[in-house]
Design a protein around this ligand. Sequence first.
Ligand code: MG
Ligand code: MG
Length: 272
Amino acid sequence: MIIVKTREEIELMRESALIVSKTLGMLATEVKPGVTTLQLDKLAEEFIRDHGAVPGFLGLYDFPNTLCMSPNEQVVHGIPNNTPLKEGDIISIDCGAIKNEFYGDHAYTFPVGEVSPEVDRLLKITKESLYVGIAELKVGKRVGDVGYAIQKFTEEAGYGVVRELVGHGLGRKMHEDPEMPNYGRRGRGKKLIEGMVVAIEPMTNMGTQRIKQLRDGWTILTADGKPSAHFEHDVAIIDGKPEILSTFKYIYQALGIESDEEDAFRQELLAV
Ligand code: MG
Ligand code: MG
């Protein structure tokens, strides 16, 4: 059952989402060759608590840390460790926070120093597919329309769409109805309704869509060892249209990157 949120609840969820956004912004300049994912995890936990929130992943389903840290061929759910990042790596950082009882949950894949043009394209396409999917989040459409749009865009770019892991409803629970797959068929699945809040999170593999899991019971990695990227936003449906509650702007500010992707997205929606 989809748990619809009131406007007031959605504003509380925006607060939770923005704590995650700021955490990722803080981490942006800390991601560099030589740093370990465990060091970044500690920074994130401190930052979240300093902002009056609680890490959302820590202890959830017994996950041991604040961040899911998934470098290179790891898709999602990687556990922070003492291996230093190195030049040319990519690192997917997925972060959750709870404030006022509500979860924020989103993710960004960072390049570590300079990455190859092939990997850079994987990051760009995966992030773009996120917005392609969000644009479908309108009253009158269905879950399958979102997945279809992401899948079509991703596969046309030559990449694999992970099937086993999906986006989800978000609220007082980290995973609520409905599941939001990154693949699907037009006009199929549950109807999208006013006041729903979802996490949209394409997980895109450079090679095969197939995945495997490490014996740690958490880490998901690509079956062929090629890199995988992951971007996630928290989105509410307000006045029939998608409203992105999270933002990557703190990341771009920290890194001195000019990006109007979220504003451009809003303009595009207004034009429709
Ligand atoms: Mg997430
Ligand atoms: Mg999520």
